[in-house]
Design a protein around this ligand. Sequence first.
Ligand code: 13P
Ligand code: SF4
Length: 301
Amino acid sequence: WPSFAEEIDAILELKRQRRAVILAHNYQTPEIFHCVADIVGDSLALAREAMSVEADVILLAGVHFMAETAKLLNPSKTVLIPDTEAGCSLAESITPADIRGLRAAHPGVPVVTYVNTSAAVKAESDICCTSGNVRKIVEGLGVPRVILLPDEYLAQNVARETGVEVITWNGHCEVHERFTPADIRQLREGHPGVIVLAHPECPPDVVAEADFAGSTAMMNDFVAQKRPASVALITECSMSDNLAAQYPEVGFVRPCNLCPHMKRITLPGIRAALQEMRHEVTIAPEIADRARRAVERMLAI
Ligand code: 13P
Ligand code: SF4
């Protein structure tokens, strides 16, 4: 089998040949995040960066909804995802028909859709949000009630922070729903003084036990600015691995859960994707135009 170094060299060469850039989410493994990615970040940053890519090819090292968002925002580029099965439990929890049903049940209430959804679901929405801007989007609408889908816990966390009434759906992130308040209490006992940062996809009782809740980029910024002696990131495992390599003076306690979808992306998969120019992400024009509008409205706020 080729070594990591051989895979990395081959990918760097293929990127040059194909005029490709690699956008990688914060949950990608360190060899992808630190050695082959051109741009790294949370869902919001990857969407913003995708818009201004000038290269011919965008390879998305992340999950399918992220690749679709890149294609929506930069439609003339070839967007590749190394594994078409890299999905997301949230994206799978809701269909366009479900949104139409909710609209009919709550006429006039705006539909805010988390980016962790298919383009077809985005197309039924008024505006999108990510974990990095959800509060701003919900407050910015200036209405007392919103439909916020499909992550029930994210919606409950935002409702508590903003006072806006939220109609939600029963989608959950299979990684973050597994954390419990008892996990946090236990790690505080074992690591006195540890600072606990939780992702807002965690259940509200978990977020309530944390010192801070925010998107993966917000966790990154917190560690970069405060350099805590000891920190626990209540999220996917690669997050701590990637930050630990950047901040050796910070001690990372690691009570993490793996995302099986993010972990489908590997160096050999990226190499094969660039070699064979697969798997290209396409979106039907009648869906793309409406979905793009919802994402662009989000980016304009
Ligand atoms: P972020 O937008 O915070 O990076 O989250 C994306 C995701 O999939 C979290 O589970
Ligand atoms: Fe989806 Fe959760 Fe995996 Fe993020 S971590 S891609 S929300 S299943």
